[in-house]
Write a protein that binds this ligand. Sequence first.
Ligand code: ZN
Length: 320
Amino acid sequence: MPYDDSPPSPESASSVSTERRWFARRSGLAVGAAVLAPTALAGWVLVQVTTGAGADDARPPRIVMPAASPTDGTAATPSSAPAEGPAKSPAAAPAKGPLAGKTVVIDPGHNTGNFKHASEIDKKVDIGTNRKECDTTGTTTNSGYMEAEFTLDVSRRLRTALEAKGLKVVLTHQADRPFGPCIDERARIGNEAAADAVVSVHADGVSEGNRGYHIILPAKVKGGAADTAKIVGPSRDLGERIASNFARTTGSAPANYLGGGTGLVVRDDLGGLNLSTQPKVFIECGNMRDSKDAALLTSPEWRQKAAQGIADGIVGFLGG
Ligand code: ZN
């Protein structure tokens, strides 16, 4: 949801899994080294033990770990080591046709660290027509799955789908900062990228029984730095395309609690829309506080369908 103060769970599943991946990667690299040069390594470990050196050595004690690791068959072959390295998957070929040279900015709503930075995110920022909080914590499911985890996961899946089409994709954040960005900066990132389309990904947090998705479109506003006259039309086109494709890929229905069954809502109070100079919409993918919607939102398979629907809508909007 764009603005709410529901307390999130202090435990972040994503941070735990990140830690596990980090450990696995380091272990895998170390195992690879051990298999490639077992004799040299054994000699080095022996030297370390017999001389007592190590505290100031550039190589930390973890290099000793492989001695016990060959019994762990998960990553013990040399051929597995390169796959554990920092190399990313090869970039898709540049887009041809109408998608060539186009940029999409994806804005994962909230940040899993926001609840630890209440004073920072409560600071007001100028949204042209008003002043509003820098950012909010977002909502959670009743079992504690954070909206900010959901939005980042869907955004990453969306990035992958769009890059496969050859589009340039920018995320406003990706677990690389302790909180935020503030809503004015989220808009500025899209503006400075001269994005051809911007989508802010959210899930709502209203009461049980309220279900379904909705797209939030910018109202025509003018005030201070806010002037949406040029983006109202194209943003509606973008939003309608996302709505229809999202419904198709997920099987979800438009929200039953607002928007009159259209899945479309126009708002004039969101800084992320008011300050945008580029076609932009928010999507509320479902209601995290409804048990049936929560079962969907917490499913990786469903999130993949959600990302694909949003991607298809964006690509259609861009003429691809
Ligand atoms: Zn939200």
